[in-house]
Design a protein around this ligand. Sequence first.
Ligand SMILES: Nc1ncnc2c1ncn2[C@@H]1O[C@H](COP(=O)(O)OP(=O)(O)OP(=O)(O)O)[C@@H](O)[C@H]1O
Ligand SMILES: [Mg+2]
Length: 459
Amino acid sequence: MPRVLVVDDETGVRESLRMLLKDDCEVVTADSADAGLRALEEMPADCVLLDLVMPGGSGLDFLAELREQADPPPVIVLTATKTVGTAVEAMKLGAADYVTKPFEVEALRQRVRQTLEHRALRREVARLTHELDERTRLGGLIGRSSAMRAVFGTIERVAVSEATVLIRGESGTGKELAARALHDLGPRANGPFVPVNCAAIPETLMESELFGHERGAFTDARERRIGKFEQATGGTLFLDEIGELAPAPQAKLLRALQERVIERVGGGQPIAVETRIVAATNRDLEEEVRQGRFREDLYYRIHVVPLELPSLRERREDIRLLAEHFLAEHVAQGRTANRFTRSALAVLERHDWPGNVRELENAVERAVTLARGDVIDTEDLPEALVRAGKVDTLREAVRGGAFPLEEAVGRFEMELIRDALVRHEWNQTRTATALGITRRQLKLKMDKYKLGERSQGED
Ligand SMILES: Nc1ncnc2c1ncn2[C@@H]1O[C@H](COP(=O)(O)OP(=O)(O)OP(=O)(O)O)[C@@H](O)[C@H]1O
Ligand SMILES: [Mg+2]
């Protein structure tokens, strides 16, 4: 039940209001402005009925005081008819409404109900807005699909622990962003986040990269060098593309993880490992283990908490959100294109995105550069996307019985020829060769389908 606080110095008024409202809400009373403020401190109310004229602090002081608080309850001011001017003053100080004494029972009850409802509604809106904000992004990751929300949930849950996380997902699905989110939301957020790309470092340098070396450890080691493990002390070490690690470094890494100590190359004393490990791969590590390319014991060491990032085609409901997010970033940098046409969005949502979010990000960037006005249309998108979309639509239309076979075949033929022409820059000889027909046959079909030179807005 909502809670209503009645602040009035007259016992009679307090009691009649209590009787009047007790079916709709829990009523608390106070006989002065001060007592009212204290009551609110003890337990917040959803609505306050406030007498304006009281001995001691006035109702206006109470209002002024209340305004200082975060999310104050709405106040309905009770006022004698002759002091309506003060009521206006009270409204200026933030009162939600006023009622003149002597009040009409039903009217007052109605006001209270409305005020309570309005507050509940505002809270609900605030909650939903907050939820929307929360649910569509976590760290740098954006998504509203249930798959991404599950990822957000896992990240939030495991970030607080020290557990080793193995992030998996196709290229461009946001593995690095996820690793950063794990770091930023965890207890080591103030420490360093140190990424190591295991695919980019030659095998011979890997050990020194990870563990460092002492001066003179090998021919090129002119200076002592601190490895990534040590750099990541107090923070997170991100072992990206861990599936690419060669056997020798795999063995060294396993030892470091098992014993929680490392040694610099060419250096004697062991150094304690004081870092959280997050690893990522786009390989099927189980298969790598079966093939003998990845150590099983290392696999179990890093595979403590798996975090799977879904491909973009498995969560098409995120495409629009992401596209608009990337577009907004360009707008913030002063680009003029600021929205997609409906058909452009449809093309984006239909594409399979083998390069996932990275591919989408690049497509949007390219489109922003190509767009001439303030809208991005299909012609600003990579041609392959648009073309694939057309053939798909056609196929669906035929399946849905939109037109008979003969016409469908004709349309297919036209699309295929147009594709080939575009691909060969409208060079008829090369197009004909590619299609396995003579140039004359091609010319006839172009006439049949009215495929003139670049006239179809394709190129
Ligand atoms: N959910 C997402 N929200 C916003 N941006 C994303 C999201 N996922 C990926 N990106 C962006 O896409 C690009 C690729 O992301 P990231 O580098 O994290 O992918 P990855 O999985 O590590 O790819 P790879 O396997 O190729 O290394 C980055 O520019 C990143 O900002
Ligand atoms: Mg990556």
